[in-house]
Design a protein around this ligand. Structure first.
Ligand SMILES: Cc1cc2nc3c(=O)[nH]c(=O)nc-3n(C[C@H](O)[C@H](O)[C@H](O)COP(=O)(O)OP(=O)(O)OC[C@H]3O[C@@H](n4cnc5c(N)ncnc54)[C@H](O)[C@@H]3O)c2cc1C
Length: 370
């Protein structure tokens, strides 16, 4: 098969696909809306699981490079009660199956593994239409167009490729998170740093939680989860950093100061992220010449699987295209069949709403199953 693969979106899913195709000698181009690799901070740490994300990186022949990015000790886990008392604690003994890396460094590693020119930056897709016989015309925001022989939407939650396959649109899940960062935490925010420990910490309550992890160095990155309709958050002026911080912190009145310090001590303006999801079990009928991977296909409430699944989708699709070089439709059908099943199972996994004892059982079980 010599059909050139056109990938929309240079997130982790699109880049793993491009890399696996490259490993198999299949040409591909990735069109990315962002102007450059550094246009936006990629922020955040990701735990890359041995049952999906790492499987993808092995397929991409990048395990050695990946191991160099792993942040030692970050698989440690603590669960704290709102009063700061420790409910569960697990050290990182180096044998866990979920090593943590910085998302930006992982993306950079993937970019560096592709031939120069594979990613075309500053190419925002505005729409796509079927031309028949599996070909599609892709239109960019600047009005230019291209015709794709095989089109893959890896363009995330608000995919412009998805309407070719499905009328589904993401819906607000009734919860938002507020992101904060505390720099030089060991010296400047020692109580919060101690509460978070060497890896991740979650302080859950029935309807809200503070989750934080220790990124490279002693930066603390927190996700503060709050329930409520979008209107409730629209009423908070996130343009006024001090007022927004006070308003969010007030939601945790009575919580231990070392936990609320993850909000009030932020060195960056708090950022609101409303959470959206596609319907669980989202799928479509096979349409010639086009498919979706990652969030474009199965956006779910954050549950620690999304980036891992996007990478596995990319790897599996690349492998299927390599195995069916003269029959792209067979490749897309076999990829989609497995992806629909896997993403439906993952969609409803723990999304942070479980009672504390379920969380503890989940982490204790992870330890026992090693
Ligand atoms: C708060 C939060 C925390 C999370 N934490 C985790 C975690 O700990 N572990 C985990 O596994 N997952 C996590 N996720 C989920 C994870 O971020 C996503 O599932 C993952 O990034 C999906 O990868 P993707 O490649 O499909 O899409 P994306 O990462 O969204 O990449 C899509 C790319 O397409 C580009 N693009 C978008 N539109 C266009 C267009 N019109 N034209 C061209 N390019 C376009 C974008 O610029 C982007 O580069 C979290 C999500 C959230 C919101």
């Amino acid at each position: 098969m010599t059909t050139h693969v056109t990938i929309i979106g240079a997130g982790l899913g699109g880049l793993v696909l491009a890399r696996v195709l490259h490993v198999h000698g299949i040409p591909a181009t990735v069109y990315e809306a962002e102007a450059s690799p550094d246009a936006r901070s990629q922020g955040g740490m990701l735990d890359i699981h041995d049952y999906n994300g790492q499987v993808a990186l092995r397929e991409a022949e990048l395990m050695e490079e990946f191991r160099e990015l792993i942040l030692e000790g970050r698989q440690a886990m603590r669960i704290l009660a709102p009063d700061g008392s420790v409910l569960f604690e697990q050290a990182d003994d180096g044998t866990g199956g979920r090593p943590e890396v910085q998302r930006g460094e992982l993306r950079q590693m993937l970019l560096g593994s592709l031939p120069a020119g594979t990613v075309r930056w500053g190419h925002k897709v505005s729409g796509a239409r079927a031309l028949g016989e599996g070909r599609h015309e892709v239109t960019f925001a600047d009005g230019s167009t291209l015709v794709a022989g095989l089109l893959v939407g890896a363009d995330g939650a608000w995919s412009r490729v998805r309407p070719l396959l499905s009328t589904a649109v993401p819906e607000y899940v009734g919860k938002s998170v507020v992101e904060t960062y505390l720099y030089d935490a060991d010296t400047r925010h020692p109580a919060a740093a101690e509460a978070v420990g060497g890896g991740s910490m979650i302080a859950p309550s029935p309807d809200r939680e503070i989750f934080a992890h220790r990124e490279r160095g002693d930066t603390l990155h927190a996700y503060v989860g709050l329930p409520g309709p979008r209107d409730r958050f629209a009423a908070i002026d996130f343009g006024d950093s001090a007022a927004a911080t006070a308003r969010v912190a007030a939601e945790f009145d009575g919580w231990a100061p070392e936990l609320t310090a993850l909000i009030t001590g932020s060195d960056t303006a708090p950022v609101l992220r409303p959470l959206y999801a596609l319907p669980s079990g989202h799928r479509w009928d096979r349409a010639p010449g086009v498919t979706l991977i990652g969030d474009a296909a199965h956006l779910a409430p954050p549950n620690g699987e999304g980036a891992n699944l996007a990478m596995l989708d990319g790897a599996e699709l690349g492998r299927a295209l390599a195995a069916h070089r003269d029959d792209a439709e067979a490749a897309l059908a076999s990829y989609e069949q497995a992806m629909f099943r896997r993403s439906a199972e993952a969609h409803d996994m723990d999304s942070g709403d479980h009672p504390v004892h379920d969380l503890i059982a989940a982490f204790a079980g992870r330890e026992e199953s090693r």
